[in-house]
Design a protein. Sequence first.
Length: 94
Amino acid sequence: YCLSIILDEVLAPLRPKIMEKMSALGIGTSIYYPHPVPRFTYYQNKYGYDSSAYTNAEVISDRSIALPVAPHTNAEDMTRIAESLTITLKGLRS
């Protein structure tokens, strides 16, 4: 249903740029969970969630990018997605 990558702390601030470059290569991306539940005021007020207590949820939310996946995605598509991601990340690291 979804395939997400989690960027390391160096690349995480570049997430919008990574997504933009992937789009330019014809690969659609998205962010499935832009905020972890404990960060929402409703849950903080209702359940007393302290977002700093859920660091893993914050890391996943703040650093993830969802890649395209669907029943019609074949091996050729997956190779193209992987190669596009490799090109994008290498371009940012150099």
